[in-house]
Design a protein around this ligand. Structure first.
Ligand code: AMP
Length: 207
């Protein structure tokens, strides 16, 4: 199954992707994680590090190249779940083309919907365990003692607001694109992790 998660920062894409990937037996592919890994390895040019820190998108060509290479890996044969890609219509078109070349297509695009004020609370209090990649929330899903926590630089409130604006600009073109292809499913992203997982699995017909 080839699935895309679309949603603003804090909608729960990363958290849900981890659970859903286990259920579907497919890898999670996050361009945000790939870019952060490139940054930590000192392989991301300074101007792109600055773009990410400011909450702006990096160029389409870079993320399209990353995805084109990643989806060819053998672990993607049963499918994949894309989290954070595509974010623009050129990225969506490039994805369709790279799949079509191999006789493949997307099965479903899940749009996780959450009101803006809740998104800000979720992201500003979000923490990731550097060792395990597990995502916590200081209020709703507190980390265990001893977790090695990291607060993403772009999860500060002023940057989150900028990322939300960027997202709104992007979805204006992306959601109608997938709606037109008849594969968009809108998911209410408010509720516990389990509640949202149940909604996603039922939208995927996997429950
Ligand atoms: P995320 O972890 O998905 O919120 O991504 C973090 C940051 O990485 C974004 O704010 C962008 O700067 C960059 N990024 C991730 N995915 C993409 C993408 N598909 N297109 C452009 N920039 C991206």
């Amino acid at each position: 199954m080839r699935v895309v998660f679309v949603g603003p920062p804090g909608a729960g894409k990363g958290t849900q992707a981890k659970v859903i990937c286990v259920r579907l037996g497919v890898p999670q592919i996050s361009t945000g994680d790939m870019l952060r890994a490139a940054k930590s390895a000192g392989k991301l040019p300074a101007d792109l590090v600055a773009k990410m820190a400011a909450g702006a998108l990096v160029p389409d060509g870079l993320v399209i190249g990353l995805i084109d290479e990643r989806v060819r890996a053998t672990d993607c044969t049963p499918g994949f779940l894309l989290d954070g890609f595509p974010r623009t219509s050129p990225q969506a078109e490039a994805l369709d083309q790279m799949l079509a070349k191999r006789g493949l297509k997307l099965d479903c695009v899940l749009a996780l919907e959450v009101p803006k004020e809740l998104l800000i609370e979720r992201t500003v209090l979000r923490r990731t365990d550097k060792r395990t990649g597990q995502i916590y929330h200081l209020k709703y899903s507190p980390p265990p003692p001893g977790a090695d926590l990291e607060h993403r630089a772009d999860d500060r409130e002023e940057v989150v607001r900028k990322r939300l604006d960027t997202y709104e600009g992007m979805t204006a073109e992306l959601l109608p694109y997938y709606e037109g292809h008849g594969i968009l499913r809108r998911i209410d992203g408010v509720g516990s992790v389990d509640e949202v997982t149940t909604r996603i699995l039922s939208a995927l017909g996997a429950k």
